[in-house]
Write a protein that binds this ligand. Sequence first.
Ligand code: ADP
Length: 232
Amino acid sequence: MSNDLVIEAKGLTRLYGDGKAARPAIDDVSLEVKEGEFVAVLGPSGCGKSTLLGILGCLDRAFEGSLALFGRDTTTMSDREQAKLRGTKIGFVFQAFHLLGHLSARDNVLSPTLFVDHPPDGDLGARAEELLAAVGLAGRGDDMPATMSGGERQRLAIARALLMKPPLLLCDEPTGNLDLETGRNVTDIFQRLHGEGLTIVAVTHEEMLAGAAERTVRLRGGRVVDEAEGEG
Ligand code: ADP
């Protein structure tokens, strides 16, 4: 395994259904992502994007093929080891935001500390404020998610995903619930984070987001059809 590969996936296949009814949601997908790359996986609804992202994020281990993250084979890890890897090395951003509605914006940003054994050192309160400012939500820490617009909620979700300083950000249709301008705004944030060295993989059906990435992998019917360099 090469050291600068953050993701090294080979021959990923994921079947849903049993016996004769089994169908591959993704079929023999291989993907390499280098440190610092911004890769978009582009394809229409149902082509297997969420399935692929779930496997890459160690949210689903019922697949065939091999997956190494940060040079480590994930298939031989225990569930606990995978959870630790997820909690410390991967930030997730989802289409539906998945914010905690009973917590303020600030406490949503801080919420990843609830799921790890050893929260990172340093002043997390100050880091939360920095992250809120970085996504254009300075001074909004006391706001509740229900009072925020879709774009604001997604920017809050991005701030939360970055709290633990993960080297990898995995995004599932992050602009899917946003109008064009708001989606562009969120895309700009990804480009800035990419410029700062973060490795980003975003699955999307939106050409605009894919156009911002450095590289696009096209998925159709669960298979990679071609790859193209983007403009980002
Ligand atoms: P996308 O994210 O591109 O919309 P998905 O990965 O969600 O695609 O789905 C790929 C295929 O797998 C689709 O045909 C979908 O119906 C099927 N699929 C996804 N999740 C499940 C599941 N839990 N059980 C059965 N089929 C599923």
